[in-house]
Design a protein. Structure first.
Length: 624
């Protein structure tokens, strides 16, 4: 293929009027285009995209459509670092590598890296939590929520799904309340010397932007100031029809280029171009924490892992959990090149097995004697130190190593079954870092840190036995399990769980215990809030909503719901005995029920409960 420079010189020989000669249909329409649009047209021809105009009728016909075609081209050009010229060039290179079967890890040997392994509740963990909670006021949070969630098949946005149905708190509300609780706790720990608001950025896409904004607005931003939350919308990227990176036209609208999501890696370029990073730097912030749309446990892991970043001075800290072989989470891997270079990086779940097989591990991605893969599982919660992050982005403008995954029609690899596009992942950020960068990771127990909602009931039920379901059912049950285990560790007598099956998935059902983040963010908080002699039976439900609620000598066998305003200090004691709330099985094929309910396979039958509600300031003791 002719290079751009060669083409340019041919065109200049052809003269100013000659540049469009390869596309006569376009040439006859130049008079309807603005100078900027003509520039874009010229760029497209130079980049071998003549076919885009082949069907264009004479000027005067479909002119509006032709202009909107260029409006789209302008958007695609502006939203990619280096514009469409770079996109097409990168695509050609990656498509050529893919056709040649080039291994992206050529020359690298994988080995198991060493990182920080934390044990919930021990002295080190408690110290790190305290350090992290203190540091939180210097942080900014970035939630990537542009994904459609195709595997889950839910029609709404995932952030609006309940994380658990005892209180019905949706993921976004839980995340915001956790950040607000961190804000309060962090300011308290810094001797009240601060009035900071921790910023939250949400990356949306055309698929999620409007409903995300609506969810925030109709709930008064769940208690955040509207100015504290910024939405950055990622654009999709152009689809490609062939190995020459010819842009694909939409089969339903020949004046539109087909587009698809570029992946969560867009977050870095968007943050860079938004100017927020330098603003945060001026405000004295030190950390940027990235997280995903449906992990109801995540904030239980945040304080300690931020503590690790702070004490170790990590530029990059990835949160990880023990990984089951073939689980759909990337493996954190040390890669050593034949030339001596090394990096610690996520190897995505579909690449780990081929990489291992190609480097002498005949069995590929398998569990070792611990029952887990030796490679820790990346949960895509990244903590980046702001200053080195800005320095790196100044060089890269946030561009992240991309990949392409075309589905070829046959072994000649000359045509695709359907159009493809370039993709990128946010966890690939460290790939461009110099060897001096401090890149580490923190491993925590899965029960504490990771329970995403990604799979629909049918697919979840097919997950190999022993591997996690990652469904709405398992995500909710994981919250009850974590809360039960934390209270147990704090000395509460929690009854053993029972096994049950919902939507074809066997899960362990603990008492349905929930609390608002402001009640307790860290294990030390929990220990301060529970006294001696507390117990909760397996069939029980307990929901705590109040900053200063203390449980002491309390036994629950049934349902207890406690709420109190921040100014009320309430000690709850005595014995709760009622019919409680009962989990009722439902079938996910029963169309009369809402989708949110169907996906988890149960409803909660609220038969009887004790409600304690304090709306007046003061100090109270409530004996049940
Ligand atoms: O174009 C996109 C695509 C996705 N997302 C967001 O990115 C997050 C992750 O998307 P997926 O849940 O689809 O991610 P995967 O399951 O494919 O995998 C990712 O999350 C896993 C853990 O949940 C592992 O860490 C894995 O290595 C990592 O790539 C979600 O919040 C999603 O909304 C975007 O913002 N834009």
């Amino acid at each position: 293929m002719e290079s751009t420079a060669e083409k340019l010189s041919t065109m200049s020989i052809a003269g100013d009027d000659g540049w469009a000669s390869s596309a006569p249909t376009l040439r006859r329409n130049l008079q309807i285009l603005s100078p900027d649009q003509i520039e874009l047209a010229r760029m497209l021809l130079l980049e071998g995209q003549t076919h885009l105009f082949a069907h264009w009728p004479e000027a005067g016909v479909d002119d509006q459509n032709k202009k909107s075609f260029f409006e789209q081209v302008s958007r695609l050009n502006a939203s990619y670092p280096g514009g469409l010229v770079s996109y097409i060039k990168n695509a050609r290179n990656l498509l050529a590598d893919s056709k040649a079967g080039k291994n992206p890890y050529d020359g690298f040997t994988p080995s198991v890296p060493s990182g920080e392994i934390l044990t919930f509740g021990d002295d080190k963990f408690i110290k790190l939590e305290e350090e992290g909670a203190k540091e939180a006021r210097n942080a900014a949070f970035v939630l990537v929520a542009g994904g459609l969630g195709e595997r889950l098949g839910y029609k709404g946005i995932k952030l609006a799904l309940p994380s658990e149905t005892t209180t019905g708190t949706c993921f976004l509300q839980h995340y915001i309340e956790s950040i607000l609780a961190l804000q309060v706790a962090s300011c308290k720990l810094s001797q009240g010397q601060c009035e900071t608001m921790i910023p939250l950025v949400i990356m949306t896409s055309d698929d999620t932007h409007v409903p995300t904004l609506k969810l925030l607005e109709s709930n008064s931003y769940f208690g955040m100031k509207a100015t504290q939350v910024k939405l950055l919308k990622q654009e999709k990227v152009a689809c490609l029809d062939d190995n020459d990176a010819r842009l694909a036209l939409d089969s339903n609208d020949k004046y539109r280029i087909q587009t698809k999501p570029h992946g969560h890696g867009d977050v870095h370029a968007l943050l860079y171009s938004s100017g927020l990073l330098t603003q945060w730097q001026k405000e004295g912030r030190k950390w940027v924490l990235f997280f995903q749309d449906t992990n109801g446990l995540l904030f239980k892991a945040i304080p300690a892992s931020l503590g690790v970043s702070s004490t170790k001075g990590y530029h990059v800290n990835s949160l990880a959990v023990p990984r089951k072989a073939k689980e759909a989470i990337g493996g954190i891997t040390k890669l050593t090149h034949t030339d001596g270079r090394t990096m610690v990086i996520n190897v995505e779940y579909n690449q780990l097995d081929p990489l291992l097989r190609a480097t002498g591990h005949a069995d590929g991605d398998v569990n070792c004697e611990t029952g887990f893969s030796p490679y820790p599982g990346n949960i895509n919660q990244l903590i980046l130190q702001l200053e080195p992050y800005i320095e790196e982005l100044k060089k890269t403008r946030g561009a992240i190593a991309e990949f392409v995954n075309p589905k070829y029609k046959d072994s000649t690899k000359t045509s695709f079954k359907s159009s493809t596009r370039l993709e990128c992942m946010m966890q690939d950020y460290p790939k461009t870092l110099p060897p001096s960068a401090r890149v580490g990771f923190t491993v925590m127990d899965t029960w504490l840190a990771y329970a995403p909602v990604k799979n629909n009931p049918e697919d979840a039920a097919k997950v190999p036995k022993g591997n996690p379901y990652h469904s709405a059912t398992s995500g909710e049950m994981a919250i009850y399990r974590a809360n039960s285990l934390i209270l147990r560790k704090a000395g509460v007598q929690i009854a053993d769980p029972v096994l049950d099956v919902f939507n074809g998935q066997e899960v362990v059902v603990w008492p349905r215990i929930t609390w608002k983040p402001k009640w307790a963010l860290t294990f030390s908080d929990v220990k301060k809030k529970v006294g001696n002699g507390c117990s909760i039976s397996q069939r029980s439900t307990m929901a705590v909503n109040g900053q200063n609620v203390f449980l002491d000598g309390l036994s629950v066998d049934g349902t207890l719901v406690v709420s109190a305003i921040d100014e009320a200090e309430v000690k709850v004691t005595g014995s709760v005995q009622n019919k409680g709330w009962i989990l009722k099985h439902i079938d996910y094929k029963d169309c009369s029920l809402p989708e949110e309910t169907l996906t988890r396979g149960f409803t909660i039958d609220k038969v009887e409960q004790l409600e304690v509600n304090h709306t007046e300031p003061g100090k109270f003791e409530f004996r049940c």
